[in-house]
Design a protein around this ligand. Structure first.
Ligand SMILES: Nc1ncnc2c1ncn2[C@@H]1O[C@H](COP(=O)(O)OP(=O)(O)OP(=O)(O)O)[C@@H](O)[C@H]1O
Ligand SMILES: [Mg+2]
Length: 225
């Protein structure tokens, strides 16, 4: 059993192998994250941050290497099993929020729970308390277009928490936000880590993250340096 909740061993990712467009993005990543840690992965555009987050989050298969999530080797599992692990253990936060435009904040947060088989009533209750947790108690019936960027990102954070994930993976969560709003989002994540013990990995090229986490990992050309 691994002592780490995220444990990657010599992970490589090659896009379009054998073709002219082949790109070797991850070149032997050993990433170890303990339960309850809040870490940041910093790196320039194109360094492989999103790719790394996607292979850790079971959205993408690595070309080689091992990935253990909460002690389970995920890289050899089939798509269905990987989707299950993703649904149960991982909450994603994306730069573009990825909210459903026609649904209210409440419905957006309910959705992953409904997919996992929770009743409407239960899902609504939890969605409502999660929106309060991220400071959006007054905005539950707003649709994404009626919310500011920072508010939309907080809905996305609430949604990422809906199925009690063990790990939150955030890809440039402040990338589309002004300085002040970005700060609020990082504070929200920091608080979720501190008060609720979520393990959080943020990838970004925003150096302001350094104020919020003790552990920073630098990614450069597919290697951790
Ligand atoms: N599906 C794909 N097919 C081929 N190449 C890809 C694919 N996805 C990403 N790449 C290439 O892999 C490299 C790393 O991409 P990735 O999106 O992981 O970088 P990133 O660090 O997240 O960059 P950014 O900060 O701009 O989001 C880039 O050079 C990109 O062009
Ligand atoms: Mg990216």
């Amino acid at each position: 059993m691994s002592e780490y909740i995220i444990d990657t061993r010599d992970v490589h990712k090659v896009y379009n192998p054998g073709m002219d467009s082949e790109v070797h993005v991850l070149k032997g990543i050993d990433l170890k994250v303990k339960k309850g840690e809040f870490i940041a992965i910093l790196g320039p555009s194109g360094s492989g941050k999103t790719t790394l987050l996607d292979v850790v989050g079971c959205l993408l298969k690595p070309t080689s290497g091992e990935i253990l999530i909460d002690g389970v080797l995920t890289n050899d599992l089939d798509d269905g099993e990987r989707a299950k692990i993703r649904g149960k253990k991982i909450g994603f936060v994306f730069q573009q929020y990825n909210l459903i435009a026609s649904q209210t904040a409440l419905e957006n947060v309910e959705l992953p729970m409904r997919i996992n088989g929770k009743s409407k009533n239960e899902a609504e209750k939890r969605a409502s308390s999660l929106l309060k947790l991220v400071g959006l108690g007054e905005r539950m019936y707003h649709r994404p277009s009626q919310l500011s960027g920072g508010e939309q990102q907080r809905v996305a954070i609430a949604r990422s928490l809906s199925n009690y994930p063990k790990i939150i993976l955030a890809d440039e969560p402040t990338g589309n936000l002004d300085t002040k709003t970005g700060k609020k989002i990082l504070e929200t994540l920091k608080e979720l880590n501190k008060k609720k013990g979520y393990t959080i990995v943020v990838v970004t090229h925003d150096h302001r993250i350094e104020k919020y986490t003790k552990r920073i990992i630098n990614l450069m050309d597919g290697n951790i340096i």
